[in-house]
Design a protein around this ligand. Structure first.
Ligand code: NAP
Length: 319
């Protein structure tokens, strides 16, 4: 089912503290990760680049062994800013090409010059008394055409999108000359996204599941309630016991076995190894179905919710 030769387990870099990022990246390469999921917005691309450079200098991996993804931030959607944003990520990552470059959100925000603030984040005027997001009048097809130019220039090998729904994918396919290679979306047993995954795969796209451990990433942000963890749910626990694996390994295995790539984040070396060690067991059809039946369409990463709570701006993209 996977179409790209992208390692099916990647290392997620969101919320890795800047001061720990370089060491975490080196540790992750040492643990066996060859796929890194970065983004300008994670505010640690320069440190990710340091870590990758150090790992390569130590001979742990070569550039050809690595798959590095980055993402175009919302403030760079206008055609004239896409290449600038990509080149900034490349410079920070100390790379001359990306394996994959994704539109981070189907949300265009007013441009913020890197000299003013980088990464620009969500707020247009963070120092104002009542700061807000400032949407920009940039259509997604303009952004996609500029993404295609990056492929033509050899700056990126593949391009794709994040956080699109199926209606946006149908639209994208009407004008894409370079076909989108990847859809990256939140997916875990509480948000299985079966139709969207089927739609993307039907268009020949590969799918990456972000936040594959569900609520775990969102407790620290107060975006998940106590009791929403998937780790202690019965079908996950039962499968974990049956295979002598941890609940996290079962969740990641479920994600890979249903045909998505997974990109778990951790700051802990022992969890890096744990999250990678999922190739030595297989969930049965019954176990897969039991885990999938946990679905409740619970989305933890929803701009329609967090942008209002944190950025004083109601900007839904999922209805
Ligand atoms: P995640 O990887 O599902 O979960 C990370 C959380 O789980 C952290 O709190 C981590 O804590 C904990 N954890 C990791 N391994 C564990 C294990 N074996 N057992 C128990 N807990 C464990 O969530 P995520 O970081 O939100 O998503 C993964 C990656 O997807 C991100 O890093 C980012 O690269 C990408 N992403 C993309 C988007 C997008 O819009 N495209 C949005 C969100 C995320 P410790 O660090 O303390 O181990």
């Amino acid at each position: 089912m996977p179409r790209l030769n992208m390692p099916r387990i990647g290392f997620g870099l969101w919320k890795i503290p800047r001061e720990h990022t370089a060491a975490s990246v080196v540790e992750a390469v040492r643990a066996g990760y060859r796929h890194f999921d970065s983004a300008a917005d994670y505010a640690n691309e320069a440190e990710t680049g340091e870590g990758l450079a150090q790992a390569m200098a130590e001979g742990l991996a070569s550039r050809d062994d690595l798959w590095v993804t980055s993402k175009l931030w919302n403030t760079f959607h206008a055609a004239e800013h896409v290449e600038e944003a990509c080149r900034k990520s490349l410079a920070d990552l100390q790379l001359d090409y990306l394996d994959l470059y994704l539109i981070h959100f189907p949300i265009a925000l007013e441009y913020v010059a890197p000299e003013t603030r980088y990464p620009p984040e969500w707020l247009h005027d963070p120092d104002a008394a009542e700061p807000v997001m400032k949407p920009a009048r940039v259509p997604l097809h303009e952004t996609w055409k500029a993404m295609e130019a990056l492929v033509e220039k050899g700056l990126v090998k593949q391009i794709g999108v994040c956080n699109y729904n199926s209606a946006l994918l149908h639209d994208l396919m009407t004008y894409a000359t370079v076909k989108p290679a990847m859809l990256q979306i939140e997916a875990h047993p509480y948000l299985t996204q079966d139709n969207l995954i089927r739609c993307a795969q039907g268009y020949g796209m590969d799918v990456t599941a972000f936040s594959p451990l569900g609520a775990q990433s969102y407790f620290e942000l107060d975006m998940a309630a106590e009791g929403e963890s998937l780790l202690g749910t019965a079908p996950v626990m039962v499968a974990a016991q049956a295979h002598g694996k941890t609940p996290a390994q079962v969740l990641l295995r479920w994600g890979v076995q249903r045909g998505t790539a997974v990109i778990p984040k951790t700051t802990k070396p022992e969890r890096m190894r744990e999250n990678l060690a999922i190739d030595d067991f297989e969930l049965s059809a019954v176990e897969m179905a039991a885990i999938s039946s946990l679905n409740q369409n619970r989305r933890f990463n929803d701009p329609g919710v967090f942008a209002e709570a944190a950025f004083n701006t109601f900007h839904p993209i999922y209805d």
